[in-house]
Design a protein around this ligand. Structure first.
Ligand code: OSB
Ligand code: MG
Length: 373
């Protein structure tokens, strides 16, 4: 199969509330969307890049440039027999994995729609529903935190993740744990601490947490291995695992007890599945992280999370937790058992709301392959 046409869009889609981590604050999705077309069939993908290089090195602007100057032309020049081929097309690209992932998702979606297979079936997923939780940003004060967490618990979320940073770690965690003794609870530091904080981080062991996510540098594995020997709670790596090789290094060094897999962070679903398989072989559980995706990226995450070693709840909340209105006509809704239902329609199952998408599109460009003959 040859991709005949690629449409790229950058969007600005406001969140229902600002999202604040240890290092940045975001008010809207600035994702790059990729629409691929071949033989009259269409596939959509999302690169959930942020406005600045705060989570990883990519931004909405770098992805926009990469997509037009390199990634779209490379894909248009390639012959594809299966979605996994996209990894080979982009093997020469250094970094820029989120930009690549948007194209890769779109090709999976296209192949699924062309063959009538759901993304879950193509990936080998088994579950019909996946357990999910909610990621709660840094709040202005403890009263607000209790109200926000209380609202999510009341909405049916059975697992909560708190964003932490120095000055907003032990107290918020203790308070939430005391208020909800049985809640499945975990924390995420987004790379703000150093090994000097090891004794401080070990105090989190008192709060019966599922895991402590990415406490140390975004590109570190070795110091996390040292920290895991001091802290009892499983360390979970997010930012540090950008490829299957990085997962292998972390597993060999026992740098973490859990891996957060975000397909966008590792360049796509094929690499994500490889990491899933390696972690399963090592006896390390994984869960699906999120990047505040729209309904397009969310569908890819939900399908991936149906694989067997995704045994911890994902950061894949219902669409309403992020957006007043999503860019799909079939947004994800939370089931009473704190799960989302995995779509079984062909491809990702996401139905694009093109009218609304047009309203939130900031820039759009169409690229075509060289005509045959
Ligand atoms: O570190 O997991 C993270 C959002 C944006 C960037 C990084 C992270 C997050 C989240 C939110 O924690 C997860 C979600 O609900 O999509
Ligand atoms: Mg994280």
């Amino acid at each position: 199969m040859k991709i005949e046409q690629i449409e790229l869009r950058r969007i600005a889609l406001p969140y229902v509330a600002p999202f604040e981590t240890s290092g940045w604050r975001e008010l809207a999705s600035h994702a790059l969307l990729v629409r691929v077309e071949a033989d009259g069939i269409v596939g959509w993908g999302e690169s959930p890049v942020g406005i600045g290089p705060w989570y990883n090195e990519e931004t909405s602007s770098t992805a926009w440039v990469m997509a037009q100057e390199h990634l779209a032309p490379m894909l248009l020049a390639s012959e594809l027999t299966q979605p996994e081929d996209v990894s080979a097309v982009y093997a020469r690209v250094r970094g820029n994995r989120m930009a690549c992932a948007g194209f890769e998702f779109a090709v999976w979606d296209l192949f699924g729609r062309a063959t009538g297979q759901s993304l879950r079936a193509m990936l080998g997923g088994q579950r019909e529903r996946v357990e999910v939780g909610v990621s709660v940003g840094v709040q202005p004060d403890l009263d607000t935190l209790l109200r926000v967490v209380g609202d999510y618990v009341a909405a049916g979320y059975q697992r909560v993740k708190l964003k932490i940073k120095p000055g907003w770690d032990l107290e918020p965690t203790r308070l939430v744990r005391e208020t909800w003794p049985d809640l499945r609870l975990q924390v995420d530091a987004n790379s703000i601490y150093t090994l000097d904080h090891a004794a401080h981080l070990a105090k989190l062991d008192a709060y019966d947490l599922l895991l402590i996510e990415q406490p140390l540098a975004h590109d570190d594995i070795v110091d996390h291995a040292k920290l895991q020997r001091i802290v009892q709670t499983p360390i979970c790596l997010d930012e540090s695992i950008v490829s299957p090789d990085h997962a292998r290094w972390a597993l060999e060094l026992r740098a973490c007890g859990v891996i957060n897999i975000k397909p966008s962070r590792v360049g796509g679903l094929h690499a994500a599945r490889q990491i899933h398989d390696m972690a399963a072989a090592a006896g390390v559980p994984v869960w699906c992280g999120g990047m505040l995706e729209t309904g397009i990226g969310r569908a890819a995450n939900v399908a991936l999370a149906s694989l067997p070693n995704f045994t911890l709840p994902g950061d894949i909340s219902a669409s309403a937790r992020y957006f007043a209105r999503d860019i799909v006509t079939n947004p994800f809704v939370l089931n009473a058992d704190s799960t989302l239902t995995v779509p079984d329609a062909p491809g990702s199952g996401a139905d694009i709301d093109v009218d609304f998408l047009d309203q939130v599109t900031v820039e759009k460009v169409i690229l075509r392959g060289r005509l045959a003959g």
